[in-house]
Design a protein around this ligand. Sequence first.
Ligand SMILES: Nc1ncnc2c1ncn2[C@@H]1O[C@H](COP(=O)(O)OP(=O)(O)OP(=O)(O)O)[C@@H](O)[C@H]1O
Length: 306
Amino acid sequence: MGVAVSGGPDSLALLLLAYSVRGNENVAAATVDHGLRPESAHEAEFVADLCAELGVEHQTLKVEVSDGNLQSNARSARYMALGQWHDAARVGAVMTAHHADDQAETLLMRLNRGSGVPGLAGIRSTTEIPGWGGTLFRPLLRWSKAELESVVAQAGIDPVCDPSNTDEQFDRARVRRFLAEQDWIDSQALATSATHLEDAWRAIEWFAAEDWETHVVPDSDEQGRAFRYFANVPRAIAIETICRIIAELGGTASRSDAGAAFDRLWNGANASLAGVLAVAGTEKIEPTGVTMRVWRFSPEPPRKTT
Ligand SMILES: Nc1ncnc2c1ncn2[C@@H]1O[C@H](COP(=O)(O)OP(=O)(O)OP(=O)(O)O)[C@@H](O)[C@H]1O
């Protein structure tokens, strides 16, 4: 069991819980030193010392974070380093300490952006990270931050404090403060809703994969690649299939553009999105004689310039 431990209260609780369930021989920890704050090397040492006390194997992974969006670049560098650690240290699974309050913040931010089901499914309980040989697990999504803090306090450990968690130039820190001020909001209930939405999203993904297998056929000709889609499923699933067809044809369509294209095609009009032309039509399917909607997707011909 590999645990990603920054030294903050959440991930220290993850370390202590993993240790108490699996014992020191079955747990390994890693701390990523992003080198972005003067204290970061010291924080990694603090985690290393604690692990030494517990007899848990620990590694500090130093990364270089490129300029630009520092939070996002730090995250990419962190996951890359954790993936390499996973492969090199032969760790069975990597876990992070995302919890119910993180999930509630994510859900609220995404609701406020008008996200669809995949966004509202929030932080996933498991994720396949591109480039990794393994899976990332987030086993604490049902635990509240207060519960995790009390695990660490009861162990008599004084955790590291990352000032960016309260820096209100970041949306998440503002949402965190807002949630802390509302005594009627139950973060664990919000996190439970996200779990239901994750279930719903997995169902949509499953049906979309089926739809692709059974209702999309290649239809290439001398003009190039094309697909015919026998549209016969609810809109939410057809949107996924349309996005996949567009991706196969080399484009990228947002779900809202795919939804708008679906609406046009369903009503018998053609649609154009991400460099792809979709032509509406119908076909009689033998031997049943049932008439189905069939939409043909092909790269849009280049525009004529005069
Ligand atoms: N420097 C670090 N070293 C090791 N693990 C870390 C480090 N920073 C974060 N983590 C792991 O990631 C979890 C989430 O951390 P945090 O909420 O700060 O990241 P985030 O950027 O908001 O989330 P995400 O990484 O999912 O985008 C932590 O609980 C911990 O398990």
